[in-house]
Design a binder for this molecule. Structure first.
Ligand SMILES: C[S@@+](CC[C@H](N)C(=O)[O-])C[C@H]1O[C@@H](n2cnc3c(N)ncnc32)[C@H](O)[C@@H]1O
Length: 237
């Protein structure tokens, strides 16, 4: 739940919203991950969560709902598909795990690119609870055994053709009932991109609903990421 404490509005124990910007309590005080600014709130160090570089942060700034709803529950297991170099992953880790994984979370982060894995592995050395995996998100058989319990929160940002099929398969296999799944979709990456952007996004929303999910919100990320929408879906059964 959101609340106001010691400067800025708290979206969670580790995430603050202040003057239209987001900040996360740094699990590794004294270090930045991608050159982001650090500052103190009530004597604790926070890192600025740059919405120009994180679609989750952009979605949190643009949602019509309480932005805290988009976050996973701290101390749980989550699955992140398309982790990149760890920008968003690092902020999620601040919230999910905290210093020395004081919250007891587990963040499984998958990416196909060896260069990304190098950065994620480096990050994981100082961020307990972060589990980077080199793998293709389409090939569950190679990494799925590492997810032994279904997750309550899943995020996908792979920017490649077939994003919706990958997302729906991953949700069917790994998302727990009532779990929240977020799909960052780039219209131009879809095969049916001869349609205009609005048609692509409308069709994706319909597919998510037809697959049995409640579409909580489709957040246009215009202003931060062109041609991107963040779909927020809840598993009903
Ligand atoms: C836009 S970047 C992710 C940025 C990241 N989500 C962030 O906010 O910091 C997309 C990532 O998806 C990865 N990717 C694309 N296709 C993939 C696949 N089939 N399996 C795993 N990763 C994939 C790319 O290597 C790339 O790092």
């Amino acid at each position: 739940m959101s609340g106001r404490r010691g400067g800025g509005r708290s979206l969670s124990w580790a995430v603050k919203f202040e003057k239209r910007g987001l900040w996360t309590r740094n699990a590794v005080a004294g270090t930045s991950v991608y050159g982001e600014t650090r500052r103190k709130f009530s004597g604790r160090e926070y890192r600025r969560w740059d919405a120009q570089r994180s679609k989750l942060a952009a979605g949190m700034l643009l949602t019509k709902n309480d932005p805290g709803i988009l976050l996973p529950e701290a101390g749980t297991q989550i699955l992140y598909l398309g982790a990149g170099h760890g920008t968003t992953v690092s902020h999620l880790h601040d919230h999910l795990c905290g210093k020395d994984n004081e919250r007891g979370g587990r963040l499984v982060a998958i990416d196909i690119a060896p260069r990304c894995l190098r950065d994620l592995t480096h990050l994981a050395q100082s961020r307990k609870g972060l589990v980077p995996i080199l793998g293709d998100v389409r090939k569950f058989t190679t990494w799925g055994a590492l997810i032994q319990r279904r997750v309550g929160w899943l995020f996908q940002d792979v920017a490649q053709a077939g994003q919706v099929d990958i997302f729906l398969s991953a949700c069917a296999r790994f998302l727990a009932p009532e779990g929240l799944a977020l799909l960052s979709l780039k219209a131009a990456s879809e095969r049916f991109s001869k349609k205009d952007e609005d048609e692509v996004f409308a069709e994706v929303g319909q597919r998510i609903v037809a697959a049995g999910y409640h579409l909580v919100e489709a957040i246009s990320l215009a202003g931060f990421e062109q041609q991107h929408t963040l779909f927020v879906a809840r598993r009903i059964i």
